[in-house]
Write a protein that binds this ligand. Sequence first.
Ligand code: NDP
Length: 454
Amino acid sequence: MSGFDVDLFVIGGGSGGVRAARIAAGEHGARVALAEEYRMGGTCVIRGCVPKKLMVFASGFPAAMAEARAYGWQVTTGGFDWTAFRLKLDAELDRLEAAYRAGLKGAGVAVYNTRAVIEEPQLVRLATGERLRARHILVATGGRPFVPEFPGAEHAITSNEIFKLEALPGTALVVGGGFISCEFASILNGLGVKVTQYYRGTQVLRGFDDEARAHIGGQLVEAGVDLRLGADVAAIERRPGGLCVRGIDGGEAVFDAVVYATGRVPNTAGLGLEAAGVKLGRRGEILVDGWSQSSVPWLHAVGDVTDRINLTPVAIREGHAYADTVFGGTPRQPDHELVASAVFTQPCELGTVGLTEEEARAAGPVEIYATSFRPMRGAFAGRSHRVLMKLVVSAETRKVLGCHIVAPEAGEMIQMVAIAIKMGASKEDFDRTCAVHPSMAEELVTMRKPARAG
Ligand code: NDP
């Protein structure tokens, strides 16, 4: 006997942990246990991507109904029934959680519905007091919303609480300028909440392509979000009429709810990691190498807890590569190059892959192909939103280094473009691809002259 109760103990039942457990047990025959203290499925399924996307869909209907009227349909828009939507959402999340559990069971993974911590190297202690010796431990505990410290911070809610609200607020302040704040500003606005957004910088979505950022910022304003740039909260006080927010400029405004989306931090506190010799980074993330291995040989980590690229599909790939490497005899590292992503704002999403214009310019001479136009469907209905299609091309190699799309369904489009860019497509490869007409995406293969170069 090995002296170990299991070959692998996974802490955390989110995207990365569940994939690793299923592959290690189901495909490679390892004896695997997994502990999850909350609900199976993790942030993505329970309080992130999935419920968020369903809320994005819900928030798009008022505009869709107005569009339907413009197309000749007789449509009357009633009110939005948050309770009815939430009950349906809860049922859908229950269904998905059950599917995750069934997947683990089918693979032969022993599931513990409790918190697990590392008591000493290769020894896990459950909150029930039970102890298990594990040859390998995988930490996949994800992250949680970060709210900075300031007077009244306890009055703020985060994306965790939004899905559980008893009622939608009449007015809301969304703080932050990243993925989550832009998405929730857009969602709440679409659902009829009067939204103000404070972002401390000069334009939302820092780190994304500047032209695309400006497009999304402009769209938020046009859609009715009161976007205040260079604005931040100094204090929040609960008053009879609501939450009184004092800004750093000294001004005051009252809101029914204040939603903070100012980044996320890795969930590593209290896991016994440092005592077991596992090195953590400045933000509390587990430091890992390309194999997702920590500073000790028996512990690996995948997903947001490592603070690499904090996206579900990346965590899934990290978990899968880990299981294949350690238990499948097929060593491979997860590929973090050219990962596409989308920001699900409305009516246009931002889909992006590869280098921004600014990053590419810093690396060498570029040609920028860009076009902006009112898409056919919206233009016919008299809507004002504009689409942006942009290719960043290396002037030397002719390779397309980046693509940035601001458009309805940009998330769907960028997935396809990402394949071409991952294959190393050149601008000429795009050019010799015949257009699909009439579509928005056809602009990606019909842009003949660079908008600028240098
Ligand atoms: P982000 O890191 O994307 O954005 C955080 C925002 O909060 C930034 O605008 C930042 O400003 C601001 N901020 C940070 N600290 C403070 C502070 N102390 N006071 C005021 N503002 C502050 O984090 P999110 O929470 O939006 O999302 C977390 C991660 O989750 C994302 O990075 C992404 O990886 C993932 N995610 C992905 C989604 C998708 O794929 N569609 C959707 C949602 C989340 P500044 O720019 O000045 O630093």
